[in-house]
Design a protein around this ligand. Structure first.
Ligand code: AMP
Length: 302
């Protein structure tokens, strides 16, 4: 089933205790679409500048990723710089340069307008809404990610966009910031009043939690001895989650739970190497192998 994503395609500068890169391809929509394309074809909407070369675009080739919706304009692509703490749990943003994103007016190619699954990756909430409005029929699932940058700068816009989405997928700090609630279950109740009926809280090395009217479901993060760079893990989680759901074609409880596991699987591969490096070589068989490992990891008898 068709899966649409809008979000950043970017260049990142990354620093972790395991190394440093001054400029590498990144962006939420890039991580998301590569992760999701292991399950289903993806239509990508975004914008890049003329510093984005054919070599950069190679990440999308040979995968089921349609880039007709990736606009190319004169100027510099979105740039983000981040630095991780010793234990990789905290990160500071050193730079966010919107560049060509500042004047971006997303325009969906005709073929994308009937998308049944839509992921609004972390980008300005008015752009997320703009994309949603161009989808002709209400999608089966519209999910949204955001971050402190937008919660602080564009709160009213974000609230308006949230009224039209089914799933909110954010990390624990953002959940608390958006809801003004420390307890995540109480935070979920607040967030349900804003529009989404499902909240997925990404908790880094502590896994992820899904809350909806049926209750709570948790998946661990895959235990890794040497994670290198958490950048993009949240977007890969979202890609695995939405990609699996779109391929399953329904939003029943069993599918949502399996989607949580595939999200966690993709997130775990992402952090094994810097930037997109691990995803470049990842194989479907490895994904399914790790999903089976997850089942063992959490199996017990009562
Ligand atoms: P994550 O680690 O999942 O939060 O995603 C990291 C990716 O998000 C990086 O590759 C950045 O290029 C991108 N990113 C960081 N800040 C923003 C922002 N304010 N808007 C859109 N994308 C961003």
């Amino acid at each position: 089933m068709s899966l649409l994503v809008v979000g950043s395609v970017a260049f990142d500068a990354l620093e972790s205790p395991y190394g440093k890169v001054d400029r590498t391809l990144g962006g939420a929509a890039t991580y998301f679409s590569v992760a999701a394309s292991f399950f289903t074809p993806v239509n990508l909407v975004g914008i890049v500048g003329d510093d984005f070369t054919e070599k950069d675009a190679a990440i999308f080739r040979g995968r089921h990723i349609d880039v007709e919706g990736l606009e190319r304009v004169p100027g510099k692509s979105f740039f983000w710089a981040g630095k991780y703490s010793e234990n990789l749990n905290e990160r500071v943003t050193l730079a966010t340069e919107l560049n060509v994103f500042a004047d971006f007016k997303p325009r969906l190619p005709e073929r994308y307008r009937a998308s049944k699954y839509v992921f609004l990756a972390n980008i300005a909430p008015d752009l997320q809404r703009d994309v949603l409005q161009q989808v002709t029929k209400r999608p089966k699932i519209a999910a949204l990610d955001t971050m402190n940058y937008w919660i602080e700068r564009s709160n009213a816009d974000l609230r308006e966009t949230l009224r039209h989405v089914d799933i909110l997928m954010i990390n624990d700090i953002e959940t608390r910031q958006l809801s003004n609630e420390h307890n995540l279950l109480r935070a979920a109740r607040h967030i349900f009043k804003m529009g989404p009926s499902t909240l997925i809280v990404k908790r880094g090395e502590y896994g992820a939690m899904m809350v909806d009217a049926r209750g709570v479901f948790c998946v661990p993060a895959f235990p890794l001895e040497e994670p290198h760079d958490p950048t993009g893990a949240g977007d890969c989680f979202a890609g695995g989650f939405m990609g699996y759901l779109a391929s399953a074609g329904n939003r029943g409880d069993a599918s949502l739970r399996r989607a949580m596991v595939y999200g966690s699987v993709l997130g775990s591969f992402c952090v094994e190497k810097f930037g997109l490096d691990r995803l470049r070589t990842l194989k479907r068989s490895e994904i399914h192998g790790r999903a089976r490992h997850f089942a063992k990891l959490t199996q017990f008898k009562l």
